[in-house]
Design a protein around this ligand. Structure first.
Ligand code: SF4
Length: 407
């Protein structure tokens, strides 16, 4: 096996195997991804638009406009907003989109492609993409409602743009999706091999409606299929015993998103979650109780990374992992129309340290790649990094991960 030497901090050198060398290349690419996300990327929109997939452009995850997400030369997926004042630029060379860093050639990138099944029509006239997003991993993401009732109470989470996004009528044609519509979209996607995971989430609704709605959706799916593999993203219910109903309905995973680990910052950032669901401790109790029902690694949570000190977020990830909960995280991005508009997320180095240390925690507690992808929507951010540390790459490329086929 080929070996290379690498200089380490004290000036001495260590011999790296080819596998270690590739792992380092991929880790550097993950770092590059964080830098692009922080600093943005410049490009000529007219020149680049021919490479953008029209289906992917219409995805709910591309509401910012501009370019879609893309894979870096070794396969790490990223996205970046347009900026004139950034070292990163995309140019077209020999008919290929190519990335430069401050004039230094990085390599060819590949824009994400949507699944053509997203364009199929339901019997009610909507398209599959009006009901669900189909992920690159072959899973569905359903946002069953586009509004959170905490807004009317003046208690919505300070960083959350959920209700702001609902104002975009083009991206949110169906404000409340019926269980029938969800089941029909699921059926179309599953017949195309694209529904090997089914995640359902939404805004804050009175508890009983959330439970009944999820059970109705599961029943509608099971009229056609004996089982499905999925995750119910729910608020912490007042009566924890109702959590077992999600399991009985067929959900293999459950996610209750704590958002912030520090109790006081949680209360300030999430006033509705603090007031209406028994506060921070009750959310943690719900997670620990869920592990008794769903098993270690099948209970998920999420933290919006950048709203509290790094040590606090890592303490939360470590504590929850010790209880069997995979606590994913996304990078805080201040959004228009929210009370935190104009704030800044910590820099790329901060997010890098979190990604690096959190992934080590996930590996130490024995979570699997499937579990890293099976929770809430912020999973892929750390799942790709997890794959690198787990050595899941071929040649010098990260392996595009897919959910195991159900059929
Ligand atoms: S409960 Fe969820 S949807 Fe509602 S404001 Fe908070 S983060 Fe947003």
């Amino acid at each position: 096996m080929a070996v290379v030497e690498q200089e380490i901090n004290n000036g001495s050198t260590v011999v790296l195997s080819r596998k270690d060398e590739v792992r380092q290349i991929l880790l550097d690419e993950a770092k590059l991804s964080l830098n692009i996300t922080e600093k943005g990327i410049s490009y000529n929109a007219e020149e680049i638009k021919r490479f953008l997939d029209p289906i992917e452009l219409k995805s709910g995850f591309n509401r910012g406009g501009g370019i879609t997400g893309f894979s870096l030369p070794h396969g790490y997926n990223t996205r970046g907003h347009f900026s004139r004042w950034t070292p990163y630029s995309l140019v077209v060379e020999d008919g290929r989109p190519v990335l430069y860093d401050d004039g230094e050639f990085i390599g060819e990138i590949t824009f994400n492609k949507g699944n053509p099944v997203s364009e199929q029509l339901l019997s009610t006239g909507e398209k599959v993409r009006d009901i669900t997003n189909i992920s690159a991993q072959g899973g569905l993401h359903v946002m069953y409602s586009n509004e959170c009732s905490l807004k009317d109470l003046g208690e919505d989470c300070l960083y959350c743009a959920f209700n702001e996004r609902a104002k975009d009528g083009a991206a949110n044609k169906v404000l409340l999706k019926s269980p029938r519509q969800v089941a029909e979209a699921y059926d179309i996607a599953r017949r195309a091999g694209a529904a090997n995971h089914f995640r359902i989430t939404g805004g804050f609704v009175p508890e009983r409606r959330e439970l009944e709605y999820y059970l109705d959706v599961a029943d509608a799916i099971k009229e056609t299929y004996s089982s499905f593999y999925g995750c119910a993203v729910v608020g912490a219910p007042a009566d924890l015993s109702v959590l077992s109903k999600y399991k009985e309905a067929g959900f293999a995973n459950i996610s209750t998103n704590i958002e912030v680990w520090d109790k006081n910052i949680f209360a300030a950032m999430c006033p509705g979650k603090e007031k209406r669901n028994g506060g921070w401790q009750h959310w943690v109790d719900a997670l620990e109780y869920s592990v008794e029902l769903f098993g270690k690694g099948n209970v998920h949570s999420a933290i919006v990374a950048g709203l509290e000190p790094l040590e606090s977020t890592l303490a939360g990830i470590e504590y929850l992992a010790s209880k069997g909960v995979v606590c994913h995280f996304s990078a805080f991005r201040p959004e228009k129309g929210t009370p935190l508009e104009g704030y800044r997320s910590p820099d790329a180095a901060w997010h890098w340290e979190l990604l690096d240390k959190a992934t080590d925690i996930f590996r130490r507690y024995g979570f699997t790649t499937l579990q890293m992808y099976s929770g809430n929507a912020s999973g892929p951010h750390s799942a790709q990094f997890f794959q690198i540390k787990a050595g899941e790459f071929k040649g010098d490329k990260l392996v595009p991960w897919k959910f195991p086929s159900l059929d």
